[in-house]
Design a binder for this molecule. Structure first.
Ligand code: MN
Length: 134
């Protein structure tokens, strides 16, 4: 079980992601825009963020860059949720600091497998991940 923050403005996608993660016994936090999501991430320090890319106001890649540039939040795993599947998108997400990528529509197996993988490795910190802000 992990604490997971979902940042997603589409109510249907949000509802589905919340349902799937809660069913797998994860603790779920929700934000419908990046600004709220950043505040929740700083306050509650989830192990994983599912980050929609297309959001009102600040987009998901910008929010990812901010989180990865901040020593207090850079160890949070971030998985991009996107309907985009064009050449270059994956590179853009990796450049922004995303740890993974899920194409919408969300699929149960893929979402839970990636969540399990990223939150399990987060419990075994590497050398670089041990330098955390108090
Ligand atoms: Mn969206």
């Amino acid at each position: 079980m992990a604490r997971v923050l979902i940042i997603e403005d589409n109510p249907t996608n949000m509802k589905l992601a919340v349902f799937l993660l809660q069913k797998a016994a994860h603790e779920v936090l929700q934000a419908v825009d990046a600004e709220t999501g950043l505040a929740l991430a700083r306050q509650h320090h989830p192990e994983l963020i599912l980050m929609d890319i297309q959001l009102p106001g600040m987009d998901g890649l910008t929010a990812t860059r901010l989180l990865k540039a901040d020593a207090a939040t850079r160890d949070i795993k971030i998985v991009a949720l996107t309907a985009l599947a064009m050449n270059g998108d994956r590179e853009n997400m990796e450049a922004a600091g995303c740890d993974g990528y899920i194409a919408k529509p969300l699929r149960y197996q893929e979402l839970l497998a990636l969540t399990a993988r990223l939150t399990t490795t987060a419990q075994v910190p590497s050398e670089s991940q041990t330098q955390r802000c108090p």
